[in-house]
Design a protein around this ligand. Structure first.
Ligand code: GTP
Ligand code: MG
Length: 477
């Protein structure tokens, strides 16, 4: 089983972390409460057949001073103070991280791996990247090394952050660059949040463009989510529950907790094959090989079914609906973590993977993947070969679930959108001086990033056109 070091940067990154760790513990049948630790019988039943559960547990957690092995059953009388998360917490403003220190997860994090400051990066990528990136480089390297030394089978880094502000986007991408320089052979998996269309940060278009360019250069795989898509999912869920009062309330105050739970479910699902056994496990090292056909085309679209929001207290398991419905929902627009149209005739799928968890069979998955072949346009090499994974342990609260991952030409619409939003602001040179006054930042960097991202869009179009040309020639013959 592989091990992951999670790095959460900025307010959003740490808030995703605060949803991530309770759910990750939950997957092993442990619930932390202010009073201590509870054991979740239902989830325990799901994992009890696993012969080496301590190995599975060590993907995300470790017990200090017991580097190699520990007996998971001992966690029955777990002094939770003994278990630590393989996590590095970074924020240049300390309110979110200090909330951890007073909440039920306070014992879970190693204090030497917390890097905070005050008062943040002021929604400025250049401050996060250059000012804090330089000042905190040694501290970051030390904290990351400290965590890496606690791993005996480090598989990857999992970076969580948003791109709209200054710390997550600037310092987050500076950290990514550090990881690439110091651990070039370890995978860098990125979960990043793109702001909703109606920006809540006026400089978000600049931060998003600058950070995106870094993610394209330095990540192994990026799993982007859009706040707009997450909000829509949350509102649909509430509509289903016929709770319009709550829905309006959430719409006005941004239900980050629910939105973050959706991201966390995706990440736990994504890594499930590396943590738990299954009859056809899809390990994280297979994700990049199968889903990234050309360098830099590593932005992966994700959609999940069923969608679970705010789950940390779940103690029961919902029987999942019909398996075919699980697939239909995962392919529908309502369950997308980023709003694109990969199944439209204008898009081409370069690679696809379906990862199922829990009570389902390979026959079931294969039948549905067969249906999927007729639903979209593919490249010649991807149509007949789609990756499938089956992990035997279901997610917390559901008997089965499905994650659909696609590498599609539709992703270029996200990049075009980033350029459009950037150009609107840059045309008037609004707020540019905040960036140019930072030592190390040159205004030409804006234009370079824009050109690089436009080139990336051309790459997507090239692969798509290549296929279209091939198909018409084949028809003539
Ligand atoms: N999904 C989600 N989005 C968030 C969350 N917190 C902030 N955001 C979004 O992230 C963007 C702002 O980034 P933050 O993470 O707050 O900023 P930061 O990285 O702390 O950077 P500075 O505050 O500028 O130093 C905005 O688009 C917010 O809507 C969260 O918990 N979940
Ligand atoms: Mg902040």
């Amino acid at each position: 089983m592989s091990q992951f070091v999670t790095i959460q940067v900025g307010q959003c990154g740490n808030q995703i972390g605060s949803a991530f760790w309770p759910l990750a513990l939950h997957e092993y049948g442990i619930q932390t409460t202010t009073g201590g630790v509870n054991f979740l019988k239902v989830q325990r039943d799901h994992v009890k057949h696993i012969s080496d559960l301590s190995d599975a547990f060590s993907s995300f957690f470790y017990v200090p001073n017991d580097k190699s092995h520990f007996n998971f059953q001992d966690i029955a009388d777990l002094n939770v103070a003994k278990v630590k998360a393989r996590a590095v917490l970074v924020d240049m403003e300390d309110s979110v991280v200090s909330r951890f220190q007073h909440g039920p997860l306070r014992q879970l994090f190693d204090q030497t791996c917390t890097v905070t400051n005050y008062p943040g990066s002021g929604n400025n990528w250049a401050v996060g990247y250059y000012v804090h990136g330089r000042e905190y480089q040694d501290r970051l390297e030390e904290s990351i090394r400290h965590m890496v030394e606690k791993c005996d089978r480090l598989h990857g880094f999992l970076l969580m952050h948003s791109l709209g502000g200054g710390t997550g986007s600037g310092l987050g991408t500076a950290t990514l660059k550090l990881l690439k320089d110091n651990y070039p052979h370890v995978e860098r998996i990125v979960s990043c949040v793109y702001p909703a269309n109606t920006q809540d940060t006026i400089t978000a278009p600049y931060n998003t463009l600058l950070a995106t360019q870094e993610l394209v250069e330095h990540a192994t795989c990026v799993f982007p989510v859009e706040n707009k898509a997450l909000l829509d999912i949350c509102n649909n869920q509430l509509k289903k529950r016929d709770n319009t009062g709550q829905m309006n309330y959430n719409a006005s105050c941004k239900p980050f907790q629910d939105m973050n739970s959706i991201i966390v479910n995706m990440l736990l699902h994504l890594t499930s094959g590396s943590r738990f056994p299954g009859s056809l496990n899809m390990d994280m090292n297979e994700v990049a090989t199968n889903l990234v056909p050309y360098p830099k085309l590593h932005y992966i679209f994700s959609s999940i079914s069923p969608v679970t929001v705010s789950a940390p207290n779940m103690c029961t398991t919902q029987e999942t609906k019909l398996q075919d419905e699980l697939f239909m929902n995962a392919w529908s627009r309502n369950n997308q973590l980023i709003k694109l149209d990969p199944l439209q005739s204008t898009s081409t799928i370069f690679a696809a993977a379906h990862i199922a968890r829990g009570h389902t069979t390979l026959t079931n998955i294969k039948r549905n993947v067969e249906r999927f072949r007729n639903k979209a346009k593919f490249t010649s090499w991807s149509k007949d070969c789609m990756k499938i994974g089956l992990c035997s342990v279901p997610p917390a609260g559901n008997s089965s679930s499905l994650l659909c991952l696609l590498n599609s030409s539709a992703m270029s619409l996200l990049f075009k959108d980033i350029i459009r939003e950037f150009s609107k602001l840059y045309k008037k040179k609004a707020h540019v001086h905040h960036y140019t006054q930072i030592h190390g930042f040159e205004e030409t960097h804006f234009i370079e990033c824009k050109e690089n991202i436009l080139n990336l869009c051309d790459c997507y179009a090239e692969v798509q056109n290549l296929e279209e040309t091939n198909v018409s020639r084949l028809q003539v013959i």
